[in-house]
Write a protein of this length. Structure first.
Length: 332
């Protein structure tokens, strides 16, 4: 609680040993508060926090055996890379020769063997990121907390570091809890994702489960783009019966766009087809995105760019088709 405001409500979560779990949500959803509770920077107003079956709710952060990486990396600017890595070992009373051996091995593992003598300001963003991760891992904590770890990086470097994070997680096998608002980052890195909304858990599952089988409109829209087929001017065909209180949802990449005169492929008996008019076409490198008006509804279609592919322009009549099994039903 922050005064009369409950930042988290009914938050109950079990984290499996060795998994990479991401807490995902928009600003104000409670994800950062959850991380602060796990880190010991905030005490819970009620409830408990258990690690390996023992309560740590009253244990201060500096007494918890954990590694933390902040969005700003929080490297000591007046210390070299090597001294940054030595610091947590020195605080634990490790002898100099043993510290040196640990630091050498860690610098090798994060591909910074020749950078030990540099100051943080002399490193690129990606290199600083690796130093922060190395410092969090070097004391061999049982779990690792990541607070928006890639938020300060540009897109290309962020994608590169996602691969590095996955590789380090596989190598060290640390239980890792990551907080982010970046959907792509969560889908790429996680074994499981916790989607937060207004201080509550909206849904927990694997990346595939949450993307392909969202339970609510919020999860469907937050994890990628979604066509919410609310009151469409055509009957929705599906292999499943629509539960009461739900609306149909279709991912843009599940829709195939063709000319209205194109012949149906094999398996057309399992598909639904509608005719519409292209309202807009957006070229985005490997992808081409269409907004197609079907009656009073606007459907988003996303296809991978390929040679010889027919390109449709604004005003073109097209036919859209999708498998009836691709339709999902989400709660309001």
């Amino acid at each position: 609680m922050y005064g009369a405001v409950a930042a988290l409500e009914e938050f109950s979560l079990t984290i499996r040993r060795g998994e990479f779990l991401t807490i995902l949500g928009p600003s104000g959803s409670g994800k950062t508060t959850a991380l602060m509770l796990l880190a010991g920077f905030v005490a819970p107003s009620k409830g408990d926090i258990l690690i390996a079956g023992e309560s740590v709710a009253a244990v201060p952060s500096y007494r918890r055996d954990q590694g933390i990486v902040f969005q700003s990396y929080a490297l000591f600017p007046h210390l070299t890379v090597r001294r940054n890595l030595e610091f947590p070992l020195e605080m634990r009373g490790m002898a100099f020769t043993e510290r040196t051996r640990h630091v050498d091995r860690m610098l090798e593992r994060v591909h910074l063997r020749d950078f030990g003598g540099r100051m943080p300001v002399q490193l690129s963003g990606g290199q600083q990121q690796r130093v922060a991760l190395a410092r969090a891992l070097i004391a061999d904590p049982p779990f690792l907390l990541l607070d928006e770890p890639l938020g300060a990086l540009d897109r290309n470097l962020r994608e590169q570091m996602q691969g590095e994070l996955k590789s380090l997680h596989r190598e060290f096998g640390k239980t890792t809890i990551c907080v982010t608002h970046d959907q792509e980052e969560a889908l790429t890195l996680s074994d499981r994702i916790v989607v937060m909304r207004a201080g509550r858990i909206e849904q927990i599952g694997t990346p595939e489960d949450l993307y392909d089988r969202p339970r609510t409109r919020f999860v469907a829209n937050f994890l990628g783009e979604a066509n919410i087929l609310e009151n469409p001017q055509f009957a929705i065909e599906s292999d499943a019966t629509q539960p009461s209180g739900t609306v149909a949802m279709l991912r843009p990449e599940r829709i195939r766009i063709v000319a209205p005169t194109a012949q149906n492929r094999n398996g057309a008996q399992h598909c639904q087809f509608v005719t519409g008019i292209v309202d807009d076409m957006i070229y985005a490198g490997p992808l081409r995105k269409y907004n197609v008006r079907v009656g009073g509804s606007m459907l988003i279609v996303r296809e991978h760019v390929a040679s010889g592919q027919q390109i449709y322009q604004c005003g073109d009549e097209v036919r859209l088709g999708w498998l009836r099994s691709a339709v999902r039903f989400v709660a309001e």
